[in-house]
Design a protein around this ligand. Sequence first.
Ligand code: PLP
Length: 443
Amino acid sequence: MTRNSHLFYQTRARRPMLAEAKGVYMWDVDGTRYLDGSSGAMVSNIGHSDPRVIEAMRRQMDKSTFGYRLHFESEPGEKLAEKVASLSPEGMEKVFFVSGGSEAVESAIKLARQYAVTVGQPSRWKVISRSPSYHGSTLGALALTGYAPLTDPFLPMMQAMPKIPAPRAYLDGLDLNDPATGLHYAAMLEAKILEEGADSVLAFIHEPVGGASTGALVPPAGYMKAVRDICDRHGVILIHDEVMSGGGRTGKFMGAEHWDVAPDIIAISKGFGAGYTPLGAMIAHERFVEPVLDAGGFMHGHTYAGNPLACAAGLAVLDVVETDGLMQNAARIGALLKSRLQDLMQRFPFIGDVRGEGLLLAFELVSDRQTMTPLPKALSAYLELVELAYAQGLIIYSRRTRDGIEGDHFLVCPPMIATEDHVEEIIDKLTIALDQFAAKAGP
Ligand code: PLP
């Protein structure tokens, strides 16, 4: 099929035409096979084209493809909400479906705000977030995003929100396992709340395990609990953006479960629909939802939210995750992949850090591992290495990591069905790409 010039995304760059995708592999129309080493954008958690999900969607389509939520309830919607509530922290039993991550984050901040207004705290409207971070592309979620190239053009159009640094212990030369490190970064939140005036601060939002913006950043010891305590102390609503880290990829359904901390509101998407359908959810503790519903209703909603087809797909995805023990597999294979990526540090001195949890993993390239000095910007490593890997039939995902302008990290996040053989294939292809990068760029 020929391409036309009507379609456009972020840039003019175009990719091969996709022909087929199954399991961890994808094929283009020329028959070239790619190992999906990033699950798309950390989405295809259960792999591509699982026949059980396709069958569940087909069954639902035979019954009805769409029913608007103000006209009909749907059985898949009821069941999925019940399932999600059962997988969420205690008391977080209210589920609001959406069709993507940005919508989930928007829903979270709007529920928080409407709750504050309803309970007589209209002065609270600021949502503190971290930098770097990514919370979505719609203007509300973008206002929380700490990534200058994405936000700068739109600053006059949105209410920029206060930021604190993400806890990047590896860059600051601090020990990730020392609880003092967690307290050090959490203290920045408390200082920011006091600086802004606690009675103006509505919420704090962060990713328990970082996504693309930080490259699978894992919080230092003590951080998660200290943040929870600070929010409680100042009446600030704690929102976890689990759009990427939720759904099981880290080895637990919610990333924050690794630290046994429950927030007040959660946003999930990506692996929740696992690429079978656009799907996301905002999950809230009932104490935030009931007053808003009592006072007349949540002034927010999206047309496709909770449609039966999306919910049927989401239910089938969760069923596959549980039946096949994919969270356990993500923990086991993730540990193996992480150690194999760490092995690569011996061969490539320009790999500065390997980090992540389960199968949400990343490595960062630097010119000096001791000082974590980034590679020269002109090398555009974050683009180059992705292309070299792509030419080897390996898909990985990259971003610039330092304040949005320099630094290069790469997410290696295959579907949760990955096996030991897939890990070796990823490492083999990545080794070739890194060798080629070293020969070409000479870092
Ligand atoms: N939040 C996080 C942590 C994300 O990683 C993303 C997407 O990458 C979003 C929000 C926005 O999700 P979406 O692209 O589905 O709108």
